[in-house]
Design a protein around this ligand. Structure first.
Ligand SMILES: Nc1ncnc2c1ncn2[C@@H]1O[C@H](COP(=O)(O)OP(=O)(O)OP(=O)(O)O)[C@@H](O)[C@H]1O
Ligand SMILES: [Mg+2]
Length: 297
C-alpha cells in the first residue's frame, strides 16, 4: 500500500512542476494532512494520533503531530515531554518552526499549536509572511501531518479540521459518542465544506462490534446529510493501551504483538493507501488563506 502511495506521490510530484508568479520553477511537495477528531471527549484521539504516528514511522514515513489541544497539552503529557515554545514564537519570529517542534524520546515530532486560533487572526503582513514561509517548510519536510484536535465543535477545533485533507472521526461505543460524531460531521459538511470522512471505531469488543458502530453512523449520515463516510478500521478496548499510556509509553512500541498494536499498524497501512488528491485545496495554505485571511499564494 505504501508502494502505491509512494508511486502516486512520485507521479504527482513530477506533474506538479508549475511556473509560479516569478516565472521560476517550483516543485510542489506536500505533506498529507490528517485531523483526528471527535465530538465526544475521551474517545482515544490522542492515543490514536501518537500510535498512528509511531506506526507510520515504522513504514519509514516522516510524521509530525500537531497538538491542537494545547489547553490540556494532551500529546505532551502522553509522551512525557514538556515544550517551552509554540507557534506563537514562530509568529513573533523568535524561533524557527523546527526549533518549536519537540522531539519525544521515541523520535516523535510534536508541534504545539497556539491555544486559540483567534489569537492568530490579527497578524501583521510581515508576521503572516514569516509564518507562511515557515509552514511551507513543514509541507516539504514531512510525509504526514497528524492533527490531534480537542473534542467538540468549537470554531478552534473546526479550523484545524478544515485545514486537513482527510478528517478521521473517532467513534466509541458510548451512545453519546454516536450523536457527537454525527454532530461533528454535520457541522464540517454543512458549514466547512468537508465532503468525505474516515471513521475509526475505538474501544470495541471485536471487529464486528466496530463495524456495527460504524454502520449506525453511516446510516444517519447517509439519511440526513448524504455525506459518504469510510470505515478506516476498528480498535479493540485493550488494557495494554491503558497500561502503556499510563506509563507514558507508546503501545505499538511497548507491546508490538498486542492485538491493538496490530490493529493500529493495519490502520497505518490503510492511511498510506488513501489516494492523494493533487487537486485538493486543503493544505496549510488553505488554512492560512481562509482562517487567517492571508490571501492566496
Ligand atoms: N482502545 C483502547 N483501549 C483501552 N483504553 C483506551 C483505548 N483508547 C483509549 N483508551 C483510554 O481512554 C482514555 C482517553 O484516551 P485519550 O486521551 O487518547 O482520548 P482523547 O479523545 O484524546 O481525549 P480528549 O477528548 O480529552 O482529548 C485514556 O485513558 C486511554 O488510555
Ligand atoms: Mg486528547
Amino acid at each position: 500500500m505504501f508502494d502505491q502511495a509512494d508511486n502516486l506521490r512520485q507521479i504527482v510530484a513530477e506533474a506538479a512542476v508549475q511556473p509560479d508568479k516569478t516565472d521560476s520553477l517550483r516543485l510542489i511537495r506536500r505533506a498529507r494532512i490528517f485531523s483526528i477528531t471527535s465530538g465526544k471527549g475521551g474517545v482515544g484521539k490522542t492515543n490514536i494520533a501518537v500510535n498512528l504516528a509511531y506506526a507510520l514511522q515504522q513504514f519509514n514515513k516522516r510524521v509530525l503531530i500537531v497538538d491542537a489541544d494545547l489547553g490540556l497539552a494532551n500529546v505532551n503529557i502522553l509522551l512525557g515531554i514538556s515544550s517551552q515554545w509554540t507557534l506563537q514564537h514562530v509568529i513573533r519570529q523568535e524561533k524557527s518552526i523546527f526549533e518549536v517542534i519537540a522531539e519525544s524520546p521515541d523520535g516523535l515530532s510534536i508541534l504545539p499549536a497556539p491555544s486559540g486560533i483567534e489569537e492568530m487572526t490579527n497578524l501583521s503582513a510581515a508576521q503572516k509572511l514569516a509564518l507562511k514561509s515557515q509552514l511551507d517548510l513543514l509541507d516539504q519536510h514531512y510525509d504526514f501531518i497528524l492533527i490531534d484536535t480537542a473534542a467538540g465543535i468549537s470554531s478552534n477545533v473546526m479550523a484545524f479540521n478544515q485545514m486537513a485533507q482527510e478528517v478521521i472521526v473517532i467513534l466509541s461505543p458510548d451512545p453519546t459518542s454516536l450523536a457527537d460524531a454525527y454532530a461533528t460531521i454535520k457541522v464540517l459538511a454543512t458549514r466547512y465544506g468537508v465532503s468525505g470522512f474516515h471513521v475509526i471505531a475505538n474501544h470495541t469488543h471485536n471487529a464486528l462490534h466496530g463495524r456495527e458502530l460504524f454502520q449506525k453512523l453511516e446510516k444517519i449520515c447517509q439519511r440526513f446529510l448524504k455525506v459518504p463516510i469510510r470505515h478506516l478500521g476498528t480498535l479493540s478496548a485493550d488494557p495494554k493501551l491503558t497500561q502503556a499510556s499510563r506509563n507514558q509509553q507508546i503501545v505499538v512500541k511497548q507491546y508490538p504483538k498486542a492485538k491493538i498494536s496490530q490493529e493500529i499498524l493495519r490502520i497505518a497501512e490503510s492511511v498510506g493507501g488513501i489516494p492523494y488528491d493533487p487537486w485538493s485545496n486543503r493544505s496549510i495554505y488553505f488554512f492560512l488563506s481562509n482562517v487567517l485571511n492571508l490571501g492566496q499564494e
